[in-house]
Write a protein that binds this ligand. Structure first.
Ligand code: PTR
Length: 200
């Protein structure tokens, strides 16, 4: 499953989410990527983000901020915004991808069946403790996702031994929550669209 994490600058929240997801969800076939909607292309992750991940044994020093592009959205199976404001910006820019655009907490709540809260606020400028809190919050959501994978609520791609029939390749698509599943099955943008524009 290709997961695209989106924040503002791609220097704090989404790079942390990407690196933590790679660390915590690799065994479930998750491919994470991160982008910013308004970033300064090529700058490193914030030193505090690098530090709190270093404490977890993860090296974020090679990260460079990258601007979100349409091909990133096309690449992703699911696009996870850090806040509702990011989600609204994404929905406005990529209405054709609306079925796969969520906030991170909203999507994990959906797939796990638990209420996992709301926005992940920007820790920039708030000190290392704010980054620690952000990392802990991201880990909470990623652990809930790991639980969803391991309990079969989410399908696991390209990992053997998780399901009885070994049909792992399509499982993540088949098991995705409704809005995501529609997007993954393709063609939903066409559904409900009148053949002509007579009423436009
Ligand atoms: N603070 C930056 C923009 C910015 C905002 C948030 C931010 O954090 P994140 O990478 O988590 O969106 C990074 C950068 C500015 O004033 O231009």
């Amino acid at each position: 499953m290709k997961i695209l994490f989106v924040c503002t600058g791609n220097t704090c929240r989404s790079p942390m989410a990407e690196a933590l997801a790679r660390h915590l969800l690799a065994e479930y076939g998750v491919e994470p990527r991160s982008r910013g909607i308004f970033t300064w292309e090529g700058i490193p992750a914030s030193p505090e983000a690098v530090e709190v991940l270093r404490r977890r044994g993860i090296d974020l020093s090679a990260h460079r901020a990258a601007q979100l592009r349409p091909e990133d959205v096309a690449w992703a199976d699911v696009v996870l915004a850090m806040t509702a404001a990011h989600r609204e910006a994404l929905l406005a820019a990529f209405p054709e991808a609306r079925e796969k655009i969520w906030t991170f907490a909203e999507w994990v709540s959906e797939v796990s069946g638990r209420d996992l809260g709301g926005d992940i606020e920007d820790p920039a400028g708030k000190g290392i403790e704010a980054y620690e809190a952000t990392a802990a919050r991201l880990e909470e959501l990623l652990h809930a996702l790991a639980d969803a994978f391991s309990s079969g609520k989410l399908g696991v791609a390209a990992v053997s031994g998780n399901g009885p029939d070994g049909d792992a390749q399509n499982a993540s698509e088949a098991d995705a929550p409704a809005r995501g599943a529609e997007a993954l099955s393709g063609g939903t943008a066409e559904e409900g669209r009148p053949d002509g524009d007579a009423h436009a």
